[in-house]
Design a protein around this ligand. Structure first.
Ligand SMILES: [Zn+2]
Length: 276
């Protein structure tokens, strides 16, 4: 993806200094381990890349909210968001691993853990584990309405996390279904989520609006890699004015009701808005 790079645990601290200086309030970390295995074991290690990155950011005393992605797909050799049993993703076998991963992030100093796997019951499992370890103050930002979308393509290549077989239709939501998303949000909140995410954002602005109107918690809109790449590609071809279109899209996500916008445009947008 143009302008987006994988970073080492050391580099990320410098990146975060720049992010803080631009006035961006927080970052979300996704891990890319040195080795992958069927169960995503490296995601739990205190020496893992995300855990080390969090510690580095904490040591640098940056005024940034540190959010971590909690999922297995970046860490499994098959690329699915859960462990595989009998050829299928096993929901229940995945829950303890996600909970341990969230715990390791929280111990390293994460403010917020963001489970993106879409397994049933994962918010409750993570909340219980965090509470048992006296980490009540660590918040859960649940990817509650995560649609099975073609807009994730560029990220999967960048994170080397495309499923090696099958797809994620079994656990991500059907783009045509609005009511299921509302049900998922209600369930995640019942299980203890503190805030919820709608992903992707641009093709799902109606869902951001509906979630915002129905539930009284902070709502995140995730402006995903494909949405970003479209703007970049069109701008490169001289077809669109990048700054104008990117800010228009981010404004639309906020106007729809997002309290938090996650976007690859963040650094550019912060610079553009400063210059205004
Ligand atoms: Zn995943």
């Amino acid at each position: 993806m143009p302008g987006i790079h994988q970073q080492s645990a050391d580099q990320i601290v410098e990146e975060c200094r720049e992010v803080e200086a631009l006035g961006i309030p927080g970052v979300i970390l996704f891990g890319l381990p040195e080795s992958k295995d069927p169960r995503g074991a490296s995601s739990l290690s205190a020496q893992g890349v995300v855990q080390r990155a969090i510690e580095g950011i904490r040591k640098a005393h940056l005024k940034l909210l540190v959010i971590t992605d909690v999922c297995l797909c970046e860490y499994t050799d098959h690329g699915h968001c859960g462990v595989i049993e009998d050829g299928e993703v096993s929901n229940d076998a995945t829950l303890p691993i996600l909970a341990q991963q969230a715990l390791s992030h929280a111990r390293a100093g994460a403010d917020i853990v963001a489970p993106s796997d879409m397994m049933d019951g994962r918010v409750a499992a993570i909340r219980k584990t965090l509470d048992e370890h006296k980490l009540q103050d660590v918040a859960i930002f649940a990817y509650a309405a995560k649609y099975c979308s073609g807009f994730y393509g560029p990220f999967r290549e960048a994170a080397e996390s495309a499923p090696q077989f099958g797809d994620r239709r079994g656990y991500q939501m059907d783009p045509a279904n609005a009511r299921e998303a509302l049900k998922e949000v209600a369930l995640d909140l019942e299980e203890g989520a503190d805030m919820v995410m709608v992903k992707p954002a641009l093709a799902y602005l109606d869902m951001i609006r509906r979630v915002r109107e129905i539930f009284n918690v902070p709502v995140g809109g995730y402006n995903v890699s494909g949405e970003y790449a479209m703007v970049k590609a069109a701008a490169r071809n001289g077809w669109l004015d990048e700054q104008r279109v990117a800010l228009e899209i981010l404004t639309a996500i906020q106007r729809a009701g997002a309290d938090i916008v996650l976007t690859y445009h963040a650094k550019d947008a912060a610079r553009w808005l400063k210059a205004c």
